[in-house]
Design a protein around this ligand. Sequence first.
Ligand SMILES: *[C@@H]1O[C@H](CO)[C@@H](O)[C@H](O)[C@H]1NC(C)=O
Length: 257
Amino acid sequence: MIPSIKTAVLFSVALAASLSSAQGDAALVGTWSTKSRKVITGPGFYDPVNDKFIEPDLAGISYSFTSDGYYESAYYRAISNPTTPHCPSAIMQWQHGTYTLPGNGSLVLTPIGVDGRQLTSSPCSSDTGVYVRYEQAELMKSYEVVTDGFHNVKRLNLFKFDGSPMQPMYLVATPPQMLPTQTLNPTSAASPTGKRRVKRTDGGDGDHEQEPLQPLKQNAFTTRLANKDSFNPDHWWWAGVGLTALGTVMYMMPTSV
Ligand SMILES: *[C@@H]1O[C@H](CO)[C@@H](O)[C@H](O)[C@H]1NC(C)=O
């Protein structure tokens, strides 16, 4: 029987995880992006010099991995709110750090806590985006790199801590497109220069101010959200996702040494 040409024939080219070393897996190396390919890690997504996000044209997710154990991730997603369907909130997240392969098929991502960033903007409930430091370790229960036989392009399937699949990502760059892998810690240079504007391109109504990053204090995440939008269910939904994601989610406060 000849398989339909439309059938994506998937060859698993790499599932093996190194048993002993913290070195990377050659199959992971590169920059991966979801279907739209508009979200790509690196300087086109996060500008560490000016400490600000560059908003992509479309939502998506991107991960990059090096051969020597570094990773970078970029998320840009709309969050629809049933009460204001015409006016979705948007969230951008950026992290980088190291990854390890503990040898059981899992992929463990450990971010550099001081460097992660998150911007949440709710165009209808506020003119100002909420810009905070962000740190969330991630456990991918398993991963696989396959060749999508139909599109003839390498595809990365990541399975979250609970085994549920993430959106598939496709290889868009080798070597990976990443910011420097060491600690950037741009906060020290992030003297507030006044409010910055972020242009929304998703049909939202115009510009939104991006606040200068404030160092997070204890409970800053919930406190800031509570102060801003106590009753915005989006925020609590995301907070819930964050808190249940790993059991080890940490919105860590930078301790000023
Ligand atoms: C693999 O090992 C890591 C680290 O010990 C652990 O967190 C993870 O849950 C393990 N994965 C599986 C699938 O058991």
